[in-house]
Ligand binder design. Structure first.
Ligand SMILES: C[S@@+](CC[C@H](N)C(=O)[O-])C[C@H]1O[C@@H](n2cnc3c(N)ncnc32)[C@H](O)[C@@H]1O
Length: 224
């Protein structure tokens, strides 16, 4: 698969934003909220924490964080203006900023927790993004990464189901074909953990869900 440029990725998300939540529920077979809630709960976020939701899209992870821990100060970041507008409408109590994850306009050691759901797969400069995440996390802060997991038989069956559903529910199948290819080309959870360690993070925990189709990893910044 030819790698998509940042601009192509941003345009793609701008275009699909209006149908994003609807299609997300379809392609997650209704398990979107369950999976995201499980991952956020694993962080055990403390009251009054500062949390950054990267590649926030329509704002699901931030919304769950606010629901579980209303005293938290949550900031959502995405480079798609349309996604940000959607997130703002859904979550008026969350601050949203349009920026590229590979160049975050935040001071070092700013956040207690940084979360990223289904985002890193779309970023070409992954090490640069991870460098920024590490820089902006506070000492011993936690980074939660959530995305598709192992490339197993269930994952292949799931891909076929997605393609079938997408053809049924939308005329524009291109973004979902990209989703399947990017998912197949993405690193598996064990490989991701190695990449995170390479970028200075300390392993904390990880969990595979739904027959290992989905996985989250939690990494920590070292004590400084
Ligand atoms: C698949 S969506 C995930 C949205 C949300 N986190 C969720 O779990 O539903 C990926 C999002 O990442 C954003 N994105 C991709 N690359 C980015 C980058 N380099 N900087 C900021 N946002 C980016 C896209 O605009 C899109 O909204």
């Amino acid at each position: 698969m030819k790698n998509k440029s940042n601009l192509e990725i941003r345009n793609m998300f701008d275009k699909i934003s209006q149908k994003y939540d609807f299609m997300n529920n379809i392609i997650s077979l209704g398990l979107n909220e369950f999976v995201k809630t499980q991952a956020i709960k694993a962080l055990n976020i403390k009251p009054n924490s500062k949390v950054l939701d990267l590649c926030c899209g329509s704002g699901d992870l931030g919304k769950i964080i606010k629901k579980l821990q209303p005293s938290c100060d949550v900031i959502g970041v995405d480079f798609s203006q349309n996604m940000i507008e959607l997130a703002r409408k859904k979550n008026p109590n969350i601050t949203y900023r349009q920026m590229d994850v590979t160049s975050l306009a935040f001071e070092k050691n700013s956040f207690d927790y940084i979360v990223m759901g289904f985002g890193l797969r779309n970023i070409q400069q992954k090490n640069k993004a991870l460098e920024e995440i590490y820089r902006t996390l506070k000492s011993e802060g936690q980074f939660l990464h959530l995305d598709f997991g192992k490339h197993n038989i269930y994952s292949k069956i799931y891909d076929s189901i997605i393609l079938f559903l997408v053809k049924f529910f939308t005329k524009n199948t291109k973004p979902y074909k990209y989703l399947i290819l990017s998912k197949r080309n993405f690193l598996e959870p064990d490989e991701l953990i190695e990449i995170f360690k390479f970028n200075k993070f300390k392993y904390y925990t990880h969990k595979n869900l739904l027959f290992n189709i989905i996985s989250y990893q939690i990494m920590k910044k070292n004590k400084i």
